[in-house]
Ligand binder design. Sequence first.
Ligand SMILES: [Zn+2]
Length: 384
Amino acid sequence: MLNNDDPTVCKVARRSLLLDLSKRKVPYAADGEPSFLGFRKKPSGKLDTRAMGFGVRSDWPDLNDLCSKNNIQLNWAHTGGEQVNISQGQIMDPNVYVEASIHHNGTSERLNSRTCRYEILQYFQAQQRDYWVNLRLQGKLACLQSADHTVSHSALQNSAVNEDILKFVIKARLQTLPTKYNLSLWFPKHHEPFCLLHSDKIMESTAHILNGCPAFKGLYIARHDRIVNITAQELRKVSGQGAIHTNKTVKTSWFLNLNDNTNSLRSVLREYPNTPDIEVIDELSKNILILEVGCCFDLYVDLCFSEKMLKYQALSNALAVCGYRTKLIILIFGSLGYVHRLCVRGLRIAGLSKKISKQTARYCSVSAIIGSLHVWRRQCHLYP
Ligand SMILES: [Zn+2]
């Protein structure tokens, strides 16, 4: 309002400021003193008012409090760049305008009047992000770079997901589940950080329980296989029943159009990994899709992606030598529902539409979380 394009609005706002602060008997600030629009502030950041409550509420002291709280400084400046010596005449001068700047980590940044709302919001978001990322535990999963955030948070948005699952995933992502490792941080006198299921001392962190403890291997496999089944079910709708093999060792008899170079394929099948999660064979176009699904701890989705990529490289090359075109598609889901950023694209390459790809990724993300909740519940059972 003090900078409003309409001169009348501008004039009224400035008169209101002058009237209010003179009634409150706030003196002008001298050079170097903390000020709000040229009026003196106390060290506490409040206006240095000399007349306590003259019975009228106004927004000016509130505006000052708001600015103090958010490290925003308001000053008068002259359009011609001249020095502004604060006085009633100067405040009413149309060539004088208000300039806002935000202070952060010892630096000060001028705010643009048109974009200031956005800039202030960005500043607070950055501050919050720094806070989370610098926390010793929680920050690790707060903003995962390698995840596709459009499909990773469906468990939080889907009203069909029940409250137990929701509570579990939020606590686990914020690393506040009462694992032995966390308990030993919170109550160092009473808890040891180690998993009770081993004789050697292994930290019982969220990652260990959800992905690393040999005692839960069966549950990990079940969680992984459910994701494979969901994906295979969608692929069957587009590629037909017969052409899809899931969880089976590849056999040369599957392929009807092999050329004479089958020896190399046979030796690869003996010596290298030979049981991809899903294999789709199209004999007409001689195209083969090899899909591999991974469910690792969310922090390592990128690492898991590169490992899986290498796993079936040999098989893929051997099939190419035999005259087929092969594509390797890697789908990685975190055990807390984060989806790798190339997952949706992978499903699209496999022939699903954009909508169905996203839908499938979301479904698998929630399925992974439910699988992890089963693991966590089993773990809780062990400690009566
Ligand atoms: Zn363990």
